[in-house]
Design a protein around this ligand. Structure first.
Ligand SMILES: Nc1ncnc2c1ncn2[C@@H]1O[C@H](COP(=O)(O)OP(=O)(O)OP(=O)(O)O)[C@@H](O)[C@H]1O
Ligand SMILES: [Mg+2]
Length: 374
């Protein structure tokens, strides 16, 4: 278990990390996700030992390690730029760490070839690394880090230099390697889809803080802050305030003073929020929870009237964009799967439409400080 406790890091006036605490269990694929400059690399470098925290501690297996030098932590890091030795061939690059540790040459030979076959580079052993493609170099960098059997592998945006196809292929490879070796992987990315796909758990970071840690599903379905909700996937937002409460529901007073109803999620994993009447909040709904209708539905549904602005066919789904009548805010996005039924349902641009959703399918969150919201 790796534990980061109340770690802060400042560079002069700049706060790269502010009171970060997080626990990472052994054998997990754990991702640090957040926008550029939020402190991901700084946190990774502090865990690796390349950087000291200004405040706080780091523990590994209940022993304090933030005063232990990097080369004694048994962690390995894969950098965003592969940093291979250009004058060595593939095998020599992978063998380097073992040779430094004076590992017997028969063992070096065996472990290097094992690693190269794991990353599917076994036929490239004698190639100079500068003659390899980006994806091949990336795989050599991975083999070079893994051959040392690190207890924790730290990966700083290792796939960001790759094109989409190769990136997806490498994601699958990384995951299968991690499942086979059962090592702890701490993976930095600013790509939310990549984090959701690969991780057992995700920490979402914003401006030097961790806003939420959870499984991909928890982060997507039950974001705790507006920042997390907006950063992961796309989401529609209305600004307003809390109205009256009832036994199993709460009302939200949106633009035009119209009430919307909020309920706990059906499976009970998201309870009814407990805001006081009058609290400024945002109502948020994912595009796939919305239905588009030609006439107003019954009162058991939340409804927003608007004008259909755009229809984008995207293969498996169609995205529809609606300008709500009662807000000057951004258009709402509705995403519909292209089943045989929906494909035939025709809407015309400029048409008056109704966007509707169930009271249990939306979130109510405190308005965040950025002044965002519909
Ligand atoms: N050596 C340094 N000196 C001064 N400021 C630094 C230093 N290293 C990082 N910072 C600042 O700390 C903040 C966090 O940087 P960090 O590299 O951790 O971000 P990041 O989340 O990895 O971003 P990116 O996604 O762009 O790689 C940034 O504002 C950055 O400018
Ligand atoms: Mg970085």
């Amino acid at each position: 278990m790796l534990e980061v406790r109340n770690v802060s890091r400042t560079y002069g006036e700049a706060h790269a990390l502010r009171d970060v605490s997080v626990t990472i269990q052994d054998g997990q694929f754990f991702s640090l996700l957040g926008p550029s400059g939020c402190g991901k690399t700084t946190l990774l470098r502090i865990i690796a030992g390349f950087e000291d925290p200004s405040q706080g501690q780091v523990f590994h297996k209940e022993k304090r390690i933030d005063n232990v030098p990097a080369n004694r932590r048994r962690f390995n890091m894969v950098f965003q730029r592969y940093a291979l030795f250009p004058h060595l061939n593939v095998k020599q690059n992978v063998a380097f760490g073992l040779q430094m540790k004076k590992t017997p040459s028969a063992e070096v030979e065996q472990r290097v070839s094992e690693m190269l076959s794991m990353v599917q580079m076994e036929t490239y052993g004698t190639r100079g690394v500068t003659t390899l493609s980006g994806g091949q170099q990336q795989r050599v960098a991975l083999a070079r880090a893994l051959v040392n059997r690190p207890e924790i592998l730290l990966l700083d945006e290792p796939l960001s230099a790759l094109d989409l196809k190769l990136r997806q292929q490498m994601q699958v490879e990384l995951l299968s390697i991690q499942r086979r070796l059962k090592h702890t992987f701490i993976f930095v990315t600013h790509d939310q889809e990549e984090a959701l796909t690969l991780s057992d758990r995700v920490a979402v970071m914003n401006k030097g803080r961790i806003e939420q840690v959870g499984t991909p599903q928890e982060i997507y379905e039950y974001p705790k802050t507006e920042f997390v909700a907006r950063f992961i996937g796309s989401i529609n937002v209305l600004g307003g305030e809390v109205g009256d409460g009832a036994a199993d529901s709460l009302s939200f007073v949106g633009p035009g003073k119209r009430p919307f109803i909020i309920k706990a999620s059906r499976d009970g994993s998201r309870p009814l929020p407990s805001f006081a009447k009058g609290t400024k909040v945002s109502l948020l709904v994912r595009p796939e929870k919305l239905k588009l209708l030609k006439s107003a539905p019954g009162p058991e549904q939340n409804t927003l009237e608007g004008t259909l602005k755009e229809v984008l066919y995207q293969g498996p789904i169609t995205q529809l964009f609606v300008q709500p009548k009662e807000t000057q805010g951004p258009v709402w996005v509705i995403s519909q799967p292209n089943t045989a039924v929906t494909a035939r349902k025709q809407f015309n641009l400029g048409e008056k439409v109704y966007v509707s959703w169930l009271p249990e399918d939306c979130l109510l969150l405190e308005k965040d400080g950025n002044g965002s919201g519909g």
